[in-house]
Each structure stands twice: as structure tokens, then as C-alpha cells.
Design a binder for this molecule. Structure first.
Ligand code: HEM
Length: 513
């Protein structure tokens, strides 16, 4: 057989051709524009854009900057790259189209220490462990039927709350304080079952946790400089609060384990189910052995802490804002009151059976959540890989902040966005369930709030009771237009000044005997 060996000049020509082709291809490729980072203000060395967030609340400053730089904006806060999303269209790209890429959470010192190395639902990284927790949450802990099963707890706690207000009729009461205590009480009973012996202390700690977890900390902006975790005693404060919460949670867990053992000795399974609180449900999964990621006691405590704080704080904040708007807008108050009193006419109290008929009250609540979303920047997210959004390059591990507060005021989607106008939600299908990106008080996509049903039923019941039983007056000398409607920033965006009002009973006091 003959073998043909090409001549050296033919080889040289082929090699030259190959080099030229590679060169041409590289030039073509380099002419294709590489996507740039989203636009943003000029950055200072070391601090980046931190100085641009100091003049007002973060969601206000971010909106102002977005008006100049656009709805997808890049900011450098310390050493961390952030993108800020401020329009429904970009929110759709981030929370829907690229949902999995944006479903992670960034490192936050407070979550690391308070939430048992970020192993609760809210701050655990996107992956199998988080997926398992979400499944337990939506199918067991916060399912519609479980929430319904807590109806008697809610009705009892709310009736006690109304009773204490009757006892202060005609006097100024701090409604903010009462509403927060009530909600922590309801979530506490749903979670712990009967009143735990340290419940009051735990409520105080949970409030402290909410305050600490909501901060914008220098340590999170320079995660590589561990020494910054000690600035202002931050690490020490977080560890101290965590240790106290852990002690109480440990006691609750062991009490439940003991009761569970006793109960299984005396009851049939079905009867035992009726007495379950949320800790019992988690323990059932721990014992069941059917999970891919077995739940440790630390995991249960993390989830429990999550539900207790996430379950009480935003609902209370929403109720306080709704009552403030109602007092500020007497015509809206009158309409909402007459609806509740008509639907529950002939009854001595509001219960959950006919609450779905309160169409106008629902519109009031929706409008409150639009104009005062309790979690205005949602919870921060982080990209798990690089991607391109709206023609801009978003690198892996970029922190993502969605400004739900600004989105709910986008003039392209809302007429007179600064006006409190519940009528806009009547005969309107826009809802907060994560499909309408112009209205996302509960977030959207994979990380959407799983406690929507639990939260909304409490908000509706408490407001309906307050409007059914009482007319509300401002302390003497105050006019509705004087009401201070400024906010403070935290895990939830509370009203800065507590709401203090005078209750005037509308019905004879049914609780007097
Ligand atoms: C009016 C009441 C409430 C509002 C406005 C609210 C709002 C939110 C928002 C905005 C988020 C972040 C979503 C995101 O990152 O995109 C969230 C997450 C969460 N919420 Fe709620 N929430 C409320 C009530 C509740 C209740 C009652 C519970 C539990 C009992 C709860 C449990 C949670 C949990 C566990 C998460 C974390 C979800 C995850 O990261 O996968 N929330 N909520």
C-alpha cells in the first residue's frame, strides 16, 4: 500500500491558512459586544456607593437613584456587588424568567448566627435542603387546612384582645403595642400549642431578633474582613440573643418530645393529630425517617424561629398601617365599618365563617400592602450563576435587591400612586399571589412568602373586629392630617410613631359579664 506524505510546502500553506482562520474568527468574536454591567452611579474607592444610601430610608434612596439610572441598576456597597430591581418588567425577568438563578440568599451575619448557620427557611441557600423545608411548609405547616385548624386559637386570642380594649373605652390606648402582642400571641400558640412557660420572654427576644436581623451592617458589606463583625459589639449582641432564644427553644422542644411520647401511649393516631401544633408537626418529620435530609434539633429550632418572627412581624405591621390609613381617610373608614357591621348584622362578634364576604375590607388591606409593603425590599437574593438580564451582564454571586415598595408606586402601572385609594382594587383582578409583578408585597417566584394564608386571615380578622366593635378617635388636639405616617427600616417597615387612638364602643360590651 502506498502512503502519500504531503510535501513540506503544502504543510506550510495549510498551517498558514489555519492561523489566518483563527485570527479572523477571534476578530469577529471580539467585535460582538460583551454585555456590560447595568448602569449605576459613579463609585468611590473602598466604599463604592455606600454614601448614596445614607440620606433617607434604603427603599426611598434606592428609588430616587433608580429614577436616574434605570430599573436595573448596579451599586457597589463596600466590596459587594448589588443589582437593584425597580420595575415590574425587570422583576419579571429576575423572579420569573431566571427564577432559579436568582433564588439563592447572600451571606448575612445576623442570619448565620441567629438562624443556626442559616438553616431556617428564609435564609437557607437554594438547594435540596431548602426545597425539603418549603415542601414541609406548604404541605404541612402553613397549608390552608392547617391554618384553618388554628381558627379557634385566633378567635379566642382576638376576642381577649377586644375585651381589653373595651376595658379602656374612652381612653387613649397604644394600638401598635396591643396589635404586636396579639399577633405574637397567636403565632406563639399555633407554634407552641398551649402557652409555654417562657413564652413572654420569648416574645421579647423575637422582637429583639427582628430588630437585629433587619439591619444593614458594615460586616455584610465587607464579608472578607472578619474583624468588622466585632464593630459596635455586633457579633457579641447577636450571639447573646441567640443563646437566650436557643435556651428557650431547647426547653420547648424537650417538653414537646416528652408530651409526644406520653400522647402516643394514650391516643389513637387520629386523635393525636388534632392536638398538633407546629413543633409537633416538625417532630413528626424528624421521627418519620422519610426525609432525604434528616432534621436535627438545630434545624427544627431554626425553622421554628423563622416562622415565629416572619409570622408575627409583617402581619402586625400591615394592621397598624391599615388602621392608620383608615383614621387618616374617614370616608374609607366609614365604608369599611358599614360593610363589616352589615355582614355581621345580628351577631355579637365577628367570626371567620363570613369573613370572605368583606370585599371592601379586602380592598383596604390590598391597598395598604401596596402603599406600605411590610417588607419593602423583600429578602435579599443572590445569583447562583452569571446571566444576562435586559442586555446587561449579571455576574455570579451578585446580591439582588427587589424594591417592591418602588414597584407598587410605578406610575406606568398605578394611577395617582401616592394616593390611598382602596377602590382601585374593586373589580380588579390584580392580586398579591406572585403573578402580577406590579404588585408583590409577598414577593414572587420560588422564594415567595409561604405564610400568605396564615398572615392574611389574621390581618382580616383583627381589622374586622376592630371596625365592628369600635369607632376610633384621635387623642384631643390631633386631626387626621396630623398623623405621622413616616416609617422606620427593619426586617419589616414599621410606622415610626406608635398609633395611639381612643376606642368608642359601637355595640354594648358583650364581654362585660
Ligand atoms: C402580611 C403578612 C406577610 C407579608 C407581607 C410577608 C412578606 C414576605 C416577603 C416579602 C417575603 C420575602 C419573599 C422574597 O424573598 O421574595 C417573605 C418570606 C417569608 N415569609 Fe412572609 N409575609 C407575611 C406573613 C408571613 C407569615 C404569617 C409567615 C409564617 C407563619 C411567613 C413566613 C415567611 C417565610 C418562612 C419566608 C421565607 C421564604 C423563603 O425564603 O423561602 N410570612 N414574606
Amino acid at each position: 500500500m502506498e502512503i502519500h506524505i504531503p510535501s513540506s510546502s503544502a504543510l506550510f500553506t495549510f498551517f498558514l491558512f489555519l492561523v489566518m482562520m483563527i485570527h479572523i474568527l477571534c476578530r469577529i468574536k471580539s467585535k460582538q459586544p460583551t454585555p456590560k454591567l447595568p448602569p449605576g452611579p459613579w463609585k468611590l474607592p473602598i466604599i463604592g456607593n455606600m454614601h448614596q444610601l445614607t440620606d433617607s430610608l434604603p427603599h426611598h434612596s434606592l428609588r430616587k437613584l433608580a429614577m436616574k439610572y434605570g430599573p436595573l441598576m448596579h451599586l457597589k456597597l463596600g466590596e459587594v456587588s448589588n443589582i437593584i430591581v425597580s420595575s415590574p418588567e425587570i422583576a419579571k425577568d429576575v423572579l420569573k424568567t431566571h427564577d432559579t438563578t436568582f433564588a439563592n440568599r447572600p451571606f448575612l451575619l445576623a442570619a448565620e448566627i441567629l438562624a443556626y448557620d442559616s438553616t431556617g427557611i428564609s435564609f437557607s441557600p437554594y438547594g435540596n435542603y431548602w426545597r425539603q423545608l418549603r415542601k414541609i411548609c406548604s404541605m404541612e405547616l402553613l397549608s390552608a387546612s392547617r391554618v384553618k385548624s388554628f381558627g379557634s386559637i385566633r378567635e379566642e386570642e382576638v376576642s381577649n384582645f377586644i375585651r381589653t380594649i373595651y376595658s379602656s373605652e374612652g381612653q387613649v390606648i397604644n394600638l401598635t403595642e396591643k396589635i404586636f402582642s396579639l399577633n405574637y400571641g397567636i403565632t406563639g400558640r399555633a407554634a407552641f400549642g398551649s402557652k409555654a412557660k417562657d413564652q413572654e420572654t420569648f416574645i421579647t427576644i423575637a422582637k429583639e431578633i427582628t430588630k437585629l436581623a433587619g439591619g444593614f451592617y458594615i460586616a455584610d458589606m465587607y464579608p472578607s474582613i472578619k474583624m468588622l463583625q466585632l464593630v459596635g459589639g455586633l457579633r457579641h449582641k447577636l450571639e447573646k440573643v441567640h443563646a437566650e432564644a436557643d435556651r428557650i427553644l431547647g426547653n420547648i422542644l424537650s417538653d414537646h418530645k416528652k408530651k409526644r411520647m406520653k400522647r402516643s401511649e394514650f391516643y389513637e393516631d387520629e386523635e393525636a393529630d388534632e392536638q398538633e401544633d407546629l413543633v409537633d408537626v416538625l417532630l413528626k418529620f424528624q421521627d418519620g425517617g422519610q426525609l432525604d435530609h434528616p432534621l436535627t434539633d438545630r434545624n427544627i429550632k431554626a425553622v421554628f424561629l423563622d416562622i415565629f418572627t416572619a409570622g408575627s412581624e409583617p402581619s402586625s405591621t400591615a394592621i397598624v398601617w391599615a388602621m392608620s390609613e383608615l383614621v387618616k381617610n374617614p370616608n374609607v373608614m366609614e365604608k369599611a365599618q358599614s360593610e363589616v357591621r352589615r355582614v355581621f348584622d345580628g351577631k355579637s362578634n365577628v367570626d371567620e365563617t363570613k369573613i370572605h364576604e368583606l370585599e371592601y375590607l379586602k380592598a383596604v388591606i390590598k391597598e395598604t400592602l401596596r402603599i406600605h409593603p411590610p417588607v419593602p425590599l423583600l429578602l435579599p437574593k443572590e445569583t447562583s450563576q452569571s446571566c444576562v438580564v435586559n442586555g446587561y451582564y449579571i455576574p455570579k454571586k451578585t446580591k439582588v435587591i427587589v424594591n417592591a415598595w418602588a414597584i407598587g408606586r410605578d406610575p406606568k402601572h398605578w394611577t395617582e400612586p401616592e394616593k390611598f385609594n382602596p377602590e382601585r382594587f374593586l373589580n380588579n383582578s390584580v392580586d398579591f399571589k406572585g403573578l402580577d409583578l406590579e404588585y408583590i408585597p409577598f414577593g414572587a417566584g420560588r422564594r415567595i412568602c409561604p405564610g400568605m394564608i396564615f398572615g392574611m386571615i389574621a390581618v382580616e380578622l383583627i381589622l374586622a373586629q376592630l371596625l365592628f366593635h369600635f369607632d376610633w378617635k384621635l387623642p384631643s388636639g390631633f386631626k387626621p392630617e396630623d398623623l405621622d405616617m413616616t416609617e422606620v427600616f427593619g426586617l419589616s417597615s414599621r410606622k415610626r410613631v406608635d398609633l395611639c387612638l381612643i376606642p368608642i364602643p359601637h355595640h354594648p360590651n358583650i364581654f362585660s359579664t
